[in-house]
Design a protein. Structure first.
Length: 313
């Protein structure tokens, strides 16, 4: 009972317990669901959402939402095969160039929000719309196949039987958790999200921190785009679209306040796993996509009600 009461006071713990409960029940009721290979595959899919949601968490902690992450993933997945130089046998130069482009897009989002005073949700929506139009012009409707050896290795390698995407997600999680909870800059993000006026009066720079969170969001979306490209072996227009709403949902399911100022990436991690697990269950039982939306919405509303009730106490 103490664990249950603690969980309702701690949304990240509640989400983690939900993941454990779903995995246990599904493992006993659905043949093959609890097999190591299947659970590993679910974690590999969750890694993409978790990496995108790393940047999304930082933006939401400061009271914004990044609606351009899906477009940035698509830009990365399409442009990387086109810009990888033939003289680079490792493929690292192409990866560096693609990450630089993704990071630059995030920086432009931050500059628009910081210097032009455009609300982040509007700035990133405008950027996403612009990028989608640009991609249609550049790529048309055709897919591009990746031959970059480093990208293929990232998407397909399994050192010690662990997909490299999961290992990459582990590193991202450590960096983001340290950034938010062990470094002064994380406290500034939370302060600006909780009370922007008080934070400004205390000497916290809104401009600098807005630039930082959006630049990091662009970088992490680009990283996820490279991972998606390696897993699929090709990029096409719209490949990043599914990760926009799922990245936001993972953050909210993890207990981070959509209004900013309260939350942790430690909750986003089980939030991403819960989303992927729910999708897998719907696929296994042959339920329609409509039921997926209903289940996602119900989960998000339930956890929002729980976290909102605890916040008012």
């Amino acid at each position: 009972m103490n664990i249950i009461r603690s969980a309702f006071r701690n949304p990240p713990l509640l989400t983690l317990l939900l993941v454990a409960l779903v995995w246990i029940v599904a493992s006993f009721t659905l043949r093959g669901f609890g097999a190591y290979g299947h659970l590993r595959y679910l974690l590999e899919l969750a890694a993409v959402i978790g990496i995108v949601a790393a940047g999304q968490t930082l933006v939401i902690l400061m009271g914004g939402i990044d609606l351009s992450v899906g477009a940035v993933i698509t830009v990365t997945a399409i442009l990387l095969p086109l810009i990888s130089p033939a003289w680079d046998p490792t493929g690292l130069a192409g990866i560096a160039a693609a990450l630089a482009i993704a990071t630059g897009i995030g920086l432009m989002n931050g500059a628009g929000a910081a210097y032009l005073r455009v609300p982040p949700i509007i700035m990133t929506l405008a950027m996403a719309t612009f990028l989608q139009g640009l991609l249609v012009i550049v790529a048309g409707g055709s897919a591009v196949t990746v031959s970059n050896p480093a990208v293929i290795l990232l998407g397909q390698a399994r050192p010690l039987a662990i997909p490299s995407g999961i290992i990459l997600w582990l590193f991202v999680a450590i960096v983001v958790l340290l950034l938010v909870h062990r470094m002064p800059i994380g406290a500034r993000f939370l302060a600006l999200g909780a009370n922007p006026l008080a934070a400004r009066l205390s000497g916290v720079s809104v401009t600098r921190n807005t630039l930082i969170v959006h630049t990091l969001s662009g970088f992490f979306a680009g990283l996820a785009g490279i991972l998606v490209l390696g897993m699929n072996r090709q990029g096409y227009v719209g490949i990043g679209d599914p990760y926009l709403l799922t990245s936001i949902a993972a953050v909210v399911l993890g207990g981070t306040s959509i209004l900013g100022g309260r939350g942790t990436y430690a909750g986003t991690i089980p939030g991403a796993i819960l989303l992927v697990t729910t999708t897998a269950l719907i696929t296994v039982v042959n339920a329609s996509p409509g039921w997926r939306s209903i289940m996602f919405g119900t989960l998000i509303l339930a956890l929002l009600l729980v976290s909102g009730r605890e916040a008012r106490r």
